[in-house]
Design a protein around this ligand. Structure first.
Ligand code: F6P
Length: 364
């Protein structure tokens, strides 16, 4: 019997379960393969006792409609930075990658499919360079990987953010308010841009187009006459003013190396007040609602395509490669090319032009 191990790493994302199910269903068509899952990314392999789970037909039945991941995920720990607590309470981070590869051999694992974002795929590449038979599957709600046209989870996040705009529109109209919606996306403005167009916002602020507060003010004032009017601002968590910087919080979580973005909506309303804007303003931070719940049909389908392709790449021994969507095909790209090449919104792209064409201000 041959074994493929599946791990889901980084922040979760609607569609992860659909990928897992597709891998299992495709593997079942090969009589000599079984699928196992490592709990909480590779941490399940590194823990004592090992935390793995057999993924058979029963385990994955119907999970394509569920958000989250049935094998758990984490953005802490991992084979190259395993946290060890010292006696004085401080932490060290040790490289356990060789030990993990030996453990995988001991467990009879012939190949690994790592489903994760940029950080996870950098780990996949490093493990591949150490000789592990590994294949990557890209995931992120942020859609910020350039190797693939779209990542699953993004569409679901856009749908949730757009529905949030829809809801804010009615209450903004009732109260003559400016409502500011902060959405995720890290350093990419894709979710904000799509939700602003889909929901019908007046202002859309994204990291790729640093904003001028006076221009934002101008657009908002145009919505008001004699104190009446309302407006929706969609702001990406990574947005920043022309002469300012992004807003983030220090994370005290051990082993968490990402910047924790958040708070930019509040900062914007404060800036607007300071600039003399008198409208009532409120902020909504959509946060992790964008990552939860059932994936849209589109994301389920894309995730299923990725899962089937990933297992077929195992059969073809195309290790060190990542699944990608290049319309209309699902292809394999070298991990080395795929990692570290972010996909940001081009300020001159058609979607930005479309937004400007319907009067959305980017504050530029
Ligand atoms: O990368 C996905 C994402 O949801 C970002 O949009 C967001 O900034 C980040 O993860 C939040 O991470 P965490 O779940 O660790 O708070």
């Amino acid at each position: 019997m041959k074994r493929v191990l599946v791990a889901t790493g980084g922040g979760d994302c609607p569609g992860l379960n659909a990928v897992i199910r597709a891998i299992v269903k495709r593997a079942q068509q090969e009589p000599d393969w079984e699928v196992i899952g490592s709990i909480e990314s590779f941490n399940g392999i590194l823990r004592e006792p090992t935390e793995i789970r057999v993924l058979d037909e029963r385990a994955v039945a119907g999970i394509h409609v569920q958000g989250g991941t049935i094998i758990g995920s984490t953005n802490k720990g991992g084979p190259f930075a395993w946290p060890i607590k010292n006696k004085d309470g401080s932490w060290d981070f040790v490289d356990r990658s060789d030990e993990m590869i030996r453990k995988l051999q001991y467990l009879g694992v012939d190949a690994v499919i790592s489903i994760g974002g940029d950080g996870s795929q950098k780990i996949s590449q490093a493990l591949f360079e150490k000789g592990l038979n590994i294949i990557g599957v890209p995931k992120t709600i942020d859609n910020d990987l350039s190797a693939t046209d779209f990542t699953f989870g993004f569409q679901t996040a856009v749908q949730i953010a757009t529905e949030a705009v829809d809801k804010l529109v009615t209450t903004a109209a009732s109260h003559n308010r400016v409502l500011v919606l902060e959405v995720m996306g890290r350093f990419a403005g894709w979710i904000a841009l799509h939700a602003a167009i889909g929901g019908g916002a007046e202002v859309c602020l994204i990291p790729e187009i640093p904003y001028d507060l006076n221009k934002v003010l101008e657009r908002l004032k145009a919505r008001y006459s004699k104190g009446k009017g309302n407006a929706i601002v969609v702001i990406a968590e990574g947005a920043k003013p022309k002469d300012g910087s992004i807003v983030f919080a220090e994370s005290k979580e051990v082993g968490y190396s990402n910047l924790r973005l958040g708070g930019v909506a509040h900062k914007l309303t404060e800036e607007l007040k300071m600039a003399g804007f008198e409208a009532d303003m409120r902020e909504t931070v959509l946060g992790h609602l964008q990552r939860g719940g059932i994936p849209t049909a589109y994301d389920r389908i894309l995730a299923t395509q990725f899962g089937v392709k990933a297992f077929e790449m195992v059969l073809e021994q195309r290790f060190g490669q990542m699944v990608a969507y290049r319309h209309p095909n699902i292809v394999a790209v070298p991990l080395s090319e795929a990692v570290g090449q972010p996909n940001f919104v081009d300020p001159g792209c058609d979607l930005v032009k479309t937004a400007k064409g319907i009067g959305i201000s980017f504050g530029d």
